[in-house]
Design a protein around this ligand. Structure first.
Ligand code: FE2
Length: 181
C-alpha cells in the first residue's frame, strides 16, 4: 500500500502529516509539484514475465506519459534479494542527489522508498505495485530499495546520459527513514 509521510526538514523526529489514502497522498504531492499516478492493467503480470509483456500491459499509460513529459526511452529493471550487488546498488542512491532530468518510475511489482526534499519539507513516499512517481529534474531526493530489495520498475528517460546523480553533499538523508523490509 502506498504511504506518505511529510516532515519538516529541520525535524526528522516526527512527521507533520501521514497518510495511506491514495487520493490524499496524490493531492499532497501535487501541491509540492510531484506527480503520482496509479496505473491499472487487465494483463496478468507474474514474476518472470518478460519485458515486452510488461511494456505491452502498460502501453497506453507509457505512451501518454511520453507525450506529456517528452520522454524518449523506456526500459524495465528488476531487483531481487539474491542480487549479488544489492548492497552496492542500494548504497548508490541513498544520499541526497539531483538529476538534470525527471526520475520517472512505475512500480510493476514490489516497492521502494522515495524521499524528496522540497522547500523546507521532506516527503517520504513508499511506492508499491501500480504506482507511478515522477521526481522533477533538479529536485533533491534519495531512494532506498531496502536490505532485501524486490521490485520490477519501468523507467522513462529523456536520454540515458542525463540520468547521472549529482550529490548535494548534505547528510540529511541519513536522518530520515530507511526502508527496512
Ligand atoms: Fe535519483
Amino acid at each position: 500500500m502506498t504511504e506518505l509521510r511529510i516532515y519538516s526538514d529541520a525535524d526528522p523526529a516526527a512527521p507533520q502529516i501521514e497518510s495511506s489514502d491514495f487520493e490524499t497522498i496524490q493531492a499532497l504531492l501535487a501541491r509540492a509539484g510531484i506527480k503520482l499516478e496509479r496505473w491499472h492493467t487487465n494483463a496478468v503480470i507474474e514474476s518472470g514475465v518478460d519485458t515486452h509483456a510488461i511494456l505491452d500491459a502498460y502501453a497506453e499509460d507509457i505512451e501518454r506519459l511520453k507525450r506529456e513529459g517528452g520522454y524518449q526511452t523506456v526500459d524495465v529493471v528488476s531487483m531481487v534479494p539474491s542480487h549479488p550487488e544489492k548492497d552496492l546498488l542500494r548504497q548508490k542512491f541513498l544520499d541526497e542527489h539531483t538529476h538534470r532530468e525527471d526520475e520517472v518510475r512505475f512500480f510493476v511489482d514490489g516497492q521502494g522508498l522515495f524521499s524528496l526534499h522540497v522547500g523546507e519539507q521532506v516527503f517520504e513516499v513508499l511506492c508499491t505495485r501500480g504506482d507511478l512517481i515522477s521526481v522533477p529534474a533538479g529536485t533533491p531526493h534519495w531512494f532506498d530499495m531496502g536490505p532485501n530489495p524486490r521490485f520490477t520498475a519501468i523507467r522513462l528517460f529523456d536520454n540515458p546520459e542525463g540520468w547521472v546523480a549529482h550529490f548535494t553533499g548534505s547528510n540529511i538523508a541519513g536522518q530520515y527513514s530507511r526502508l527496512d523490509n
